[in-house]
Write a protein that binds this ligand. Structure first.
Ligand code: SAM
Ligand code: SF4
Length: 483
């Protein structure tokens, strides 16, 4: 979850025609994945021209938006209990004569729609992910006493209507940025709500993406992570009447001077195309890290999940990736206790993990999502079995992650210093393999890629020191990069 850093205030016309800086405060609480983090930034960009300045303190806000996630259990309950807390704040603020407007966005908003207004009278508007460009009007309508609900999938392209953040705001968000290139999903895995909440797969056109990437880089961004529910299914209009592919998009982005690092997430094994392997093989700017969820190791379970590939096909992809980029670090998602999963099926998942050796991974207990086919399956796995399997799987994944991090000790690698560290005098950033790295470094290096010698590996991070080199590191990435 993340609250947003302050942005600018704006000038508005007062009744006596004096110009005075008048800002309203916006607090966005972001739940869930990186796509929601990107969406929250775009929502604050949409509201900035209306005078909204983001704040990290909900108590001081005039407008609170909950940007929700529906992927796993209790998502809606969490939102309703947050709304309960906000009701108290709203009542207190009303007494002070400073009204508070409350909106709910994201996938819970999309799923609940009108029902949300009935269940939570505190809510002033509800907006689904496809309608964020309409936020300024929705807020206005809420101020006029309406309680609008906007969960249709509008005909117009929201990205064409969402303003780009100005340079100062982009810079304030740091040197590593997200860029959503694709939304929605047509795959219909039997456990997943995404195709229902985010709708059908849509790819943004190539020219739009290159323009957004250039604007980010002009503002000082050095690393872009391309986002999509099925990012490698991206097949945007290539500007010549045809469609492009993620591999070709990476080649086009790699041409942008000043853009040093490219990542993408989340990928589906079915969409690992030829030019994507080529991008990993040929482009130093494509980081040696891939999140490629497999969910399970048993073909029977994969079939019941409608994943449309076998464990063997997944192994073949991993082999090809390692051939293209031998040092590639792999990450995955796993679900344990999918309906009908037996001990033998679960053993297949453990075996797959042992064989692949992940650098890090996410693992979840299966959770019944209303409206999805697996939710009504009559062989639901008991909770205690799921708990026990998850503990075993996580013990193995943690052991692999620890080994991966430990292998970094003694190496010198390029780190993009994207934030201040926890301690005074510390900066933190990411290795090419997406490991968090912290070190003592002067503040002016923030935003730069510097060689760091790794001295220690911790549970979820590395620590090190600035290397006494002139930019020579043990991946190709530092070529020409000043330390
Ligand atoms: N599109 C990606 C893919 O195909 O792997 C995943 C996107 S999904 C937003 C993120 C992860 O949430 C999934 O990979 C899956 O592991 C997990 N997930 C989704 N639905 C789930 C459910 N009903 N129960 C448990 N985990 C779930
Ligand atoms: Fe959900 Fe990913 Fe499957 Fe699409 S491919 S239904 S987003 S898990």
């Amino acid at each position: 979850m993340r609250a947003h850093a302050p942005v600018r205030s704006s000038t508005s016309q007062l009744p006596d025609n004096r110009q005075e800086t008048q800002s309203q405060r916006l607090f966005i609480k972001t739940y869930g994945c990186q796509m929601n983090v990107y969406d929250s930034d775009r929502m604050s960009d949409a509201l900035a021209p209306k005078g909204y300045e983001t704040t990290a303190a909900p108590d001081t806000a005039d407008l609170v938006i909950l940007n929700t996630c529906h992927i796993r259990e209790k998502a809606a309950e969490k939102v309703y209990s947050e709304l309960g807390r906000l009701r108290v704040l709203k009542e207190a603020r009303l007494k002070e004569g400073r009204p508070l407007t409350i909106g709910v966005a994201g996938c819970v908003a999309q799923a609940e729609g009108e029902e949300m207004l009935a269940r939570a009278p505190v809510v002033d508007f509800v907006v689904g992910p496809q309608a964020y460009h309409r936020l300024p009007q929705l807020v206005e309508r809420a101020h006029d006493g309406e309680r609008p609900v906007e969960t249709e999938f509008p005909a117009e392209d929201k990205f064409e209507h969402l303003p780009q953040a100005d340079r100062k705001i982009t810079l304030g968000r740091g040197p590593a940025a997200f860029l959503t290139i694709q939304e929605g999903c047509d795959k219909f895995c039997t456990f997943c709500v995404v195709p229902y909440t985010r709708g059908a797969e849509v790819s943004r056109p190539l020219t739009q993406l290159l323009a957004e990437a250039r604007a980010l880089v002009d503002a000082g961004v050095r690393e872009i992570t391309l986002l999509g529910q099925n990012v490698n299914a991206w097949h945007g209009d290539d500007g010549t009447g045809g469609t492009s592919s993620l591999g070709r998009l990476l080649f086009a982005l790699a041409e942008i001077d000043g853009l040093e690092r490219l990542r993408y997430t989340t990928s589906h094994p079915r969409d690992m195309h030829e030019d994507l392997f080529a991008a990993h093989r040929d482009l130093d700017k494509v980081m040696p890290y891939l999140h490629l969820p497999v969910q399970a190791g048993s073909d029977r379970v994969l079939k019941a999940m409608n994943r449309q590939h076998t464990a063997q096909e997944y192994f073949e992809l991993i082999d090809r990736l390692r051939e293209a980029r031998p040092d590639i670090a792999l990450s995955g998602d796993f679900i344990v206790g999918f309906p009908g999963e037996t001990d033998a099926d679960f053993d297949d998942t453990m075996e797959l993990v042992r064989r692949v050796e992940y650098a890090q991974a996410y693992s979840f207990k299966y959770s019944q999502r209303p409206g999805t086919p697996a939710a009504t399956h009559d062989e639901q796995v008991p909770e205690d079995v799921k708990t026990e399997r998850l503990a075993r799987l996580q013990a193995l994944l943690n052991e692999q992650a620890r080994a991966f991090n430990a292998a970094a000790v003694g190496r010198t690698m390029p780190v993009l210093l994207d934030r201040v560290g926890k301690r005074e005098g510390q900066l933190a950033g990411r290795s090419p393999y997406l490991q968090a790295v912290h070190l003592d470094a002067p503040a002016h290096l923030r935003g730069q890629i510097v060689p760091v010698t790794i001295e220690a590996a911790h549970a979820n991070s590395l620590s090190g020191r600035l290397a006494e080199t002139t930019g020579v590191a043990d991946t190709g990435e530092m070529k020409g990069d000043a330390a």
